[in-house]
Structure formats: C-alpha cells, structure tokens
Design a protein around this ligand. Structure first.
Ligand SMILES: *[C@@H]1O[C@H](CO)[C@@H](O)[C@H](O)[C@H]1NC(C)=O
Ligand SMILES: *[C@@H]1O[C@H](CO)[C@@H](O)[C@H](O)[C@H]1NC(C)=O
Ligand SMILES: *[C@@H]1O[C@H](CO)[C@@H](O)[C@H](O)[C@H]1NC(C)=O
Ligand SMILES: *[C@@H]1O[C@H](CO)[C@@H](O)[C@H](O)[C@H]1NC(C)=O
Length: 494
C-alpha cells in the first residue's frame, strides 16, 4: 500500500518535471526564434505591400538600424547559424561566396575628397597588425605563387582617401572579422582545415578587381590557421558569375532587358521616389555639369559613401540631404529588389550562374570522392550572390550588403552504417548572412532537424537538403525546363 502511495508521488514529480522541461524548451526555442536584436535581420516574407506611391516612404524601423544593415560595420558580423548540426552529421566541406567589403562610391560624388574612408578602421591595433603582417608576407617567395595572376595588385586600400569603386579600410576590417568568425566555426570547432594543408585542400577564386582581391587577402589572413599560404593559389574567377565554361549566352541580354523594363515600370509607379532622386541629384553630383543621377540604386550607393564613413550628408545653398531621405531610398531599393513580376530576373540569373553551379557540384563531388577540396572561396560582388540566390529560386531575400556571405555546407550522415559512402548519406544546407535559408529552396523538400541550444550558440531549427536534389536540379533537362530546352545551348538560342 505504502509503495503504491510513493509511486503516486513519484509519478506526480515526473509529470511536473516533464511539464517544466517542455516549458523550458519552449522558452529557449522562442528566444532563439525571436532574437531580433542581433543581426542578421530575418528574411522578410513579401506581403505584397507596396511602398506608398506619390509620397516618400514611411520609415518602418529605427533609421540607424537600416543604415547599420547597409553599411554592415565589422562588429555586426557575427556567427549565427553557420556550422550547427548534431555531431552525427560530419561536415566534409564548405563553399563560401562573399561580397567585397565597404567601398567608395561607383561614381564621383560631391565633397568626396573630404570624406574619410578610413573612418574607425584605419589605425586600430588589428588593422595595424594586419598591415605589417601582410606587407611582410608579400616579401616572401611563397607570396608569388599564392597570388598568381594578382601579383601586380596593391595589397591594401588607401588609408583614408575614398577612391571610386575601391575598397576602404572598413572593407578590410569587415573581412578580417568575417574570416575570424568563420575560422572559429570551420577550423577551431569543426576541424575542417588545420595547420597541415595540402595543395587544393583550399581553392580560392577572386574576380579581377582590386576590391575583391584585397577583401580576399584580409579574409584569408584571418581565416587560415597560421595564415600559412604555402599550399594555396588564388585563381582568377573569370568574371562576376565565376563561369569557366558554358558561359556565353546570347539570350541573357533578352532577359536582362525585360527585367530592366520591369524596374522602369516599378519606378514609374513610384513618382515620389523618383521625385526624391531628382531633388537630391544636384546635392550629390560632383559638379553642376555632371550627368544627373536618375536611378534610385545609384543614388543609394552614392549616399552610402557618406553615411558609412561618418561624414555629414552633403548640402547646397542651405539645403541638405536628410537621413530620412537616405532610409527612404534604401526602403525603396529593398522593395524593388523583392519584386519578381515575371521570371525574367530568375531566368537571366540561371543562365549566368549555370557554369558556377556546375563548378560547385564538381567541388562537392571532390569533397565526397577524394576528401578535397575542403574549402572553396569565391570573392565576388553583390551580383555574384544575387545570381546564385535567384538561380536557386530563393523567393525572397534581403539584397547583399557589403561583406555579405552565402555559404553552402556539405555533410555526411555518419550514423547510417550500411553503405557509408552511398550518395543518399550526403546532405547540404545553405546559410545566407547567418540565416539558414535551406527551407526556402523550392527543389529541396527539406528535412528539418530541431537542434536547440548548444555551446552558447543560438541555433534554432536546422534544415538539410539531400545532395541528390541538387544533382537532379542541375540536370540540363530539369534546369532548363522553364526555357523549353534540354541544354544550355538550346536555352541560349535566340
Ligand atoms: C617581418 O619580417 C622581418 C624580417 O623577416 C622580421 O624581423 C619582423 O619581425 C617581421 N614582422 C612581423 C610583424 O612579423
Ligand atoms: C605551412 O604548411 C606547409 C605544408 O603543410 C608546411 O610544410 C609548413 O611547415 C607550414 N609553415 C608554417 C610556418 O607553419
Ligand atoms: C564638405 O565636407 C566638409 C567637411 O565634412 C564640410 O564642412 C562641408 O560643409 C562640406 N561641403 C558640402 C558642400 O557639403
Ligand atoms: C541519418 O542516418 C540515420 C540512421 O540511418 C537516420 O535515422 C537519419 O534519418 C538519417 N538522417 C537523415 C537526415 O536522413
């Protein structure tokens, strides 16, 4: 009898503990999912809401947050959902594509010479150490093999002068930070690369711009254990979409023009925004005789050269650009970037990144078959990331800010003991600026693992896509189906 009573009490305890557990799990999960104070911002699902026509956009968020997002200062670059899987999934390789860091404007702007582009980055101890180390390294024999076709490129941007389209010290600092963050994940924690590298364990590409090359140097300096470059060769990425073969395609122009026309239409339907651009143009132009700036994206880019470097916004005859006007343009550019009226944008992107996707698949085959490469890095542009995201049919994503990163992680499910090397035991996931976007890839039919909190890192839900799905997607008859074609050549025919 007494035993029975004890049992009842015990059951009661277990019940209470169980409920407490569930409550705790719920709380921690909720904390993970709603942690909006930290970057990156959640991927916003398009609600179909249009910014107000005929009027300047209303701000929906604190202005500083929007500007911080665009400028992406180094302290904002933190680990988020990279490399977070239960240990039964062994990471066998990563492919990292990133945008270069902060740069000067793409066209001359008023008062450019008085903007200090070394603002807050140049002269910090970290920057100084980097400068002296990289200068030292550049004098060694290994450096010549390491940089290959980039031998003549300057190692560093100018200390404070803002040059048109050139990287800034802030851009270097962003990539030092990104390299450090990803080293902690992929090298220190997941052991993907160690001090002992062999040739082709790491494959790196850069486009032939100073800003992408200098970004890559800073990244590798922080990312490689001991910055040992003896077994690494930087390769020419062959253009913004890193395409080596099956690249030339006459049909691309057609889709690009169609997409451009759509953008013109969006702008026509937002006279308020166009008005704003017209009003700001005389304040921003480098000289009264320069061409007017009429494109909101170009205007936003010009304005970022002031706001990202702590410079005051330009004035003319007592009229000054206001911060609210900058955020309005950013809101518009974001909105416009998310519009996908027809498939023109995606089709153009698919044709442009077919070569790169096939190259990615080849690297993955190598990771599975020979265990190398273990890391592939593409140092590119916002367009590089946009083409990839569009060709994976990601429905909605924030446009890539400076030093944005798009990472594809390849895993082996090592619990499945039968046929260890079977293709079906390999998976991948895609993480964009720290956010797992695997479940947004339409061809994935994702597998969701719920891993809550582990080792002090916020993890949230984790998704995997089986490698077979990607392989299948890249089959010409599947990939080019929406072109009514079964090959790149046929899809490109005019
Ligand atoms: C740079 O190289 C020189 C000579 O090889 C060495 O004396 C110096 O300590 C190095 N500096 C750094 C910061 O590694
Ligand atoms: C760099 O790596 C190579 C090859 O793994 C190795 O032989 C060499 O000792 C390393 N150098 C340093 C300074 O660690
Ligand atoms: C140019 O920049 C300087 C220094 O920031 C500032 O004092 C000046 O007002 C600016 N001139 C214009 C036309 O914005
Ligand atoms: C990994 O393998 C285990 C054992 O076969 C299996 O239970 C699990 O579902 C596999 N994971 C995935 C994502 O398929």
């Amino acid at each position: 009898m007494r035993w029975h009573k004890k049992f009842k009490v015990l059951r009661c305890y277990i019940l209470i503990l169980g409920w407490l557990g569930i409550l705790l799990l719920f709380l921690s999960y909720w904390r993970v999912e709603s942690d909006s104070a930290h970057p990156p911002p959640p991927l916003v699902v398009n609600t179909g809401m249009q910014p107000m026509s005929g009027q300047v956009l209303q701000q929906d968020k604190p202005r500083s947050k929007k500007l911080r997002h665009q400028c992406n200062p180094p302290d904002r670059i933190q680990r988020h959902q990279e490399g977070v899987l239960p240990s039964q999934y062994e990471l066998i390789g990563v492919l990292i594509a990133f945008r270069h860091g902060d740069r000067g404007p793409l066209l001359p702007v008023s008062n450019l010479s008085s903007i200090n582009c070394g603002h807050k980055s140049y002269g910090t101890p970290l920057y100084k150490k980097y400068v002296s180390d990289i200068l030292n390294t550049s004098k060694t024999n290994t450096y010549i093999n390491f940089v290959g076709p980039f031998m003549k490129y300057p190692l560093l941007p100018p200390p404070s002068k803002c040059n048109i389209g050139h990287l800034t010290p802030q851009g270097v600092a962003q990539h030092l930070q990104l390299g450090k963050v990803l080293k902690e994940v992929y090298s220190d924690e997941l052991n993907l690369i160690g001090i002992k590298q062999e040739l082709d364990d790491i494959v790196v590409y850069s486009t032939k711009y100073r800003r992408t090359f200098q970004s890559l140097l800073a990244f590798l300096y922080a990312f490689l254990p001991g910055f040992n470059i003896s077994k690494i060769r930087i390769r020419d990425g062959k253009g913004v979409s890193f395409c080596e073969n099956e690249c030339h395609c006459d049909k691309i122009d057609f889709y690009d023009q169609k997409y451009e026309q759509e953008r013109q239409d969006y702008r026509k339907s937002h006279p308020g925004v166009m008005d704003l651009v017209r009003r700001l143009s005389p304040l921003i132009k480098a000289s009264p005789t320069a061409d007017d700036i009429t494109n909101p994206r170009v205007m936003q880019d010009a304005l970022l050269s002031y706001v990202c470097h702590g410079a005051s916004l330009p004035c003319n005859e007592g009229k000054c650009v206001r911060v609210e006007e900058v955020t309005s343009l950013i809101s518009y550019a974001d909105w416009e970037g998310k519009q996908k009226r027809t498939s023109a944008q995606r089709k153009a992107a698919k044709l442009k990144s077919y070569g790169m996707l096939k190259n990615i698949m080849l690297s993955i085959d190598g990771m599975i078959g020979e265990g190398k490469p273990r890391v592939v890095v593409y140092s590119g542009h916002d367009k590089t990331l946009k083409y990839l995201l569009d060709s994976l049919s990601i429905p909605n994503y924030p446009l890539p800010h400076y030093a944005s990163r798009l990472i594809l992680e390849v895993y082996h499910n090592s619990t499945n003991l039968q046929d260890i090397h079977q293709r079906s035991n390999y998976f991948f996931r895609v993480v964009y600026n720290g956010k797992d976007i695997t479940k947004l890839i339409p061809f994935c039919g994702t597998i969701t693992l719920k891993q809550l909190k582990f080792g002090g890192v916020k993890r949230g839900s984790i998704n995997l896509c089986s490698l077979g799905n990607l392989e299948n997607y890249l089959k010409p008859q599947v990939y080019f189906k929406e072109f009514n074609a079964a090959s790149f050549k046929a899809a490109c025919r005019k």
